[in-house]
Design a protein around this ligand. Structure first.
Ligand SMILES: Nc1nc2c(ncn2[C@@H]2O[C@H](COP(=O)(O)OP(=O)(O)OP(=O)(O)O)[C@@H](O)[C@H]2O)c(=O)[nH]1
Length: 674
């Protein structure tokens, strides 16, 4: 298919907190630029993005979706990203491949904290971004107050680019602070220029001065003009906005009502004028352009409902063509995506975002080259660690064999999932970022792979140990049933070991009372018994010594000694005061410092042992609390942590040690697990 020739490309991510209106904004951007003639609505489940059944069912974005539109001879590829924290990894992986990001937020000062992790990521990765304050028809906070609140979560200066005329339901238009031109919004049509409202002149001047002063911090010429009270020419201001946004020095702020297309054309115009082009982005990322050498990076992997694999890539340099071999794999199809629709293209140039077909064994984040010599890995977004688990099993037993390959594909599509088959509980555990995240994964297993699953809370992998020594326990196995019989006879010492020492087996046999060839049988019998101790759990931190025994020259065998050892263990362990052990994780919980006392309470309320807390070194205004937390208390810890911290708190964890379960609680655990 012949494609329209355009003079430039911009790849722009649409990011921001949950339900801020990102998908609606994309719909509006496609509409005002003429790519779609009728807008869909998320409630009607007919938008270009959020086109998967899993997204439509929930009326929320669950993965990145791209759509392109040509505007004034430039091809914009927008990447609509999910807002829910449970799908943040999707957003981070995609942000690596764009030239700029529009941060969509709501005009509420008390919600800006939800932007903190996103701003942090954008700042750390130096991704040029601007803010679009959406839902201005619902604003109940003053515009400048929202701006000031935004300043508290951004390390870059927040710079007004527009000023609203009216507020909330009274919103009628905006003033462009560069041209000082006022506009009147019209539903479904471009805004009309109108005279500047007299009563807003003062506020407009104040906002404009704020913008110019912020720009002048990076431009001495502009600073001089301001000091000499010279009104700088518009071209100079636009040039500064372009340079300073492109270098991620400032964050310009726009506004509107995406649902009514208010403010969307000016946003598109600003992106056209001021957003950095792909070559500038590549240069800033330190990618030295060799025009002929293809270099791309995967920012998302999809498995289509038909089962085909698509790798969404940012082409950093060179040209990709269908059939090209990248990282040793032949590309089977080149597509531009419009939500779930694929449009075949013959080639993709440096700076484009396209989907490549059938790149088996290639993962999200991978750097793709045609020439192995050039294969230096481009940096990729850090992997978020899984914090929420569910045990899963196929509804139909025969499906067990299909499960691992289906899960492998799920993980390719969504690298923030993880899975394990637990060694002790034998459960298949699916790990992710929260309940919705895992429910989406289960829906995909059912729909795409015809694998309906049952779920339950993962069992806590309790273990047990002993408190006392049994110095000499006797086990005798004697069996006579025709032919030759079975005879094994042992004395064992069972002793507790310090925590974390595991298990060891010794023998102090003298005079061959238990012949050497039978001793491995004894150890086997002991080990087998210890997989399931008197309380029903695997036994740890125990030493068993074979001290004595006897044998029969005809009837003894390794098997008989194994049985004898089991008998001794069964009897002896009861005398050793078995006790229940629970896994304790070491957690690091991070949240804005205003929530630290709540985090401490949350941990203590869940039997956590606080080890201390300190300011998070790489994040001003955030604290990290270190603690030991019983794994039994971790299941919905993230849910409560998020609800206490406006959704921004997170934690990392790892198994640390085993610890005795306190008496009363142990009784409860044994009553429910026994
Ligand atoms: N009043 C008002 N509502 C809006 C506006 N823009 C979007 N909405 C509504 O806000 C809700 C969320 O919009 P979406 O576009 O799905 O939000 P989103 O940011 O894409 O959602 P996620 O990607 O799931 O985080 C929908 O009900 C929209 O109709 C707006 O400008 N004004």
């Amino acid at each position: 298919m012949n494609e329209k020739v355009v003079s430039g490309t911009r790849n722009v991510a649409i990011v921001g907190p949950y339900l801020g209106g990102k998908t609606t904004l994309l719909e509006s951007l496609l509409f005002v630029s003429g790519t779609i003639s009728r807008k869909g609505r998320t409630v009607d489940r007919n938008t270009v993005a959020d086109s998967s059944q899993e997204a439509r069912d929930r009326q929320m974005s669950i993965e990145v979706c791209t759509a392109s539109t040509d505007y004034s001879d430039v091809r914009f590829t927008f990447v609509d990203c999910p807002g829910s924290v449970e799908f943040a990894q999707e957003t981070y992986n995609a942000l690596i491949g764009v030239d700029a990001a529009i941060v969509v937020c709501e005009p509420h000062t008390n919600r800006v904290l939800t932007l903190a992790p996103l701003f942090k990521f954008l700042d750390d990765w130096e991704i040029p971004h601007l803010v679009f304050i959406n839902k201005m028809d619902r604003a109940n906070n003053n515009f400048m107050d929202v701006l000031n609140a935004l300043k508290t979560v951004s390390s870059r200066p927040i710079v007004p680019h527009q000023y609203p005329i009216g507020q909330g339901e009274q919103l009628t238009g905006f003033i462009d602070l560069v041209s000082e031109q006022a506009y009147h919004y019209h539903p479904g049509a471009p805004a009309d220029p109108v005279p500047m409202p007299e009563d807003l002149k003062e506020q407009e001047q104040a906002a404009r001065t704020e913008m110019l002063e912020a720009l002048a911090d990076f431009d001495d010429h502009l600073l001089e003009e301001l000091l000499e009270e010279i009104n700088p020419p518009q071209e100079e201001i636009i040039q500064d906005l372009k340079m300073e946004l492109g270098a991620d020095l400032i964050v310009p702020v726009f506004m509107g009502v995406a649902e009514q297309d208010y403010g969307v054309r000016p946003l598109l115009e600003a992106l056209l004028r001021e957003a950095p082009d792909p070559a500038t982005t590549a240069e800033r990322r330190g990618i030295v352009l060799h025009a002929d050498a293809p270099l791309a990076q995967v920012i998302k992997t999809y498995y289509t409902p038909q089962g085909g694999k698509l790798s969404l890539v940012r082409v950093w340099q060179g040209t990709l063509t269908d059939g090209i071999v990248l990282n040793g794999v032949r590309v089977g199809g080149l597509y531009r995506l419009m939500g779930q629709q694929q449009q075949s293209v013959t080639q993709a140039q440096a700076g484009e975002i396209v989907a490549l077909g059938r790149l088996e064994a290639i993962k999200t984040g991978d750097t793709l080259t045609a020439d192995a010599q050039l294969a230096t890995e481009l940096p990729k977004a850090e992997q978020t660690s899984p914090v929420y688990a569910m045990a899963i099993a196929p509804e139909k037993r025969n499906d067990e064999v299909k499960l691992s390959s289906a899960i492998a594909k799920l993980l390719e599509e969504d690298p923030s999932l993880a899975w394990e088959q637990h060694g002790d509980t034998h459960e298949v555990i699916l790990w992710g970022q929260g309940d919705i995240h895992l429910q989406v994964a289960l829906d995909r297993l059912r729909r795409k792979y015809n694998l309906p699953m049952t779920t339950h809370l993962p069992r806590v992998p309790y273990k047990e140990t002993i408190r006392k020594t049994a110095p000499s326990v006797h086990g005798r196995y004697k069996h006579q049933s025709g032919g030759h019989g079975q005879f094994g006879d042992v004395y064992l010492e069972i002793k507790p070991l310090p925590r974390g020492e595991g298990f060891n087996f010794n023998q102090t046999i003298v005079g061959g009372v238990v012949p050497k060839q039978y001793i491995p049988g004894v150890e086997m019998g002991v080990r087998e018994y210890l997989t399931h101790g008197p309380l029903g759990f695997p036994v740890v931190d125990v030493a068993v010594t074979l001290t004595n025994g006897s044998y029969h020259s005809v009837d003894s065998s390794e098997q008989a000694f194994k049985q004898a050892a089991r008998i001794a263990m069964q009897e002896g362990m009861q005398k050793c005061e078995p006790t229940l052990l629970e896994p304790i994780t070491s957690v690091q919980v991070c949240a804005p410092s205003e929530f630290t006392s709540k985090v401490l309470q949350l941990l203590s309320g869940r039997r956590g042992q606080i080890l201390g807390y300190e300011a998070k070194s790489d994040w001003a205004g955030w604290d990290c609390v270190s603690a030991y937390l019983p794994q039994a208390e971790m299941h919905d810890f993230i849910v409560e942590l998020r609800s206490l911290t406006m959704g921004v708190g997170f934690f990392n964890w790892q198994h640390d040690h085993l610890q005795e379960v306190p008496g009363k609680l142990a009784e409860k655990v044994l009553a429910t697990n026994g």
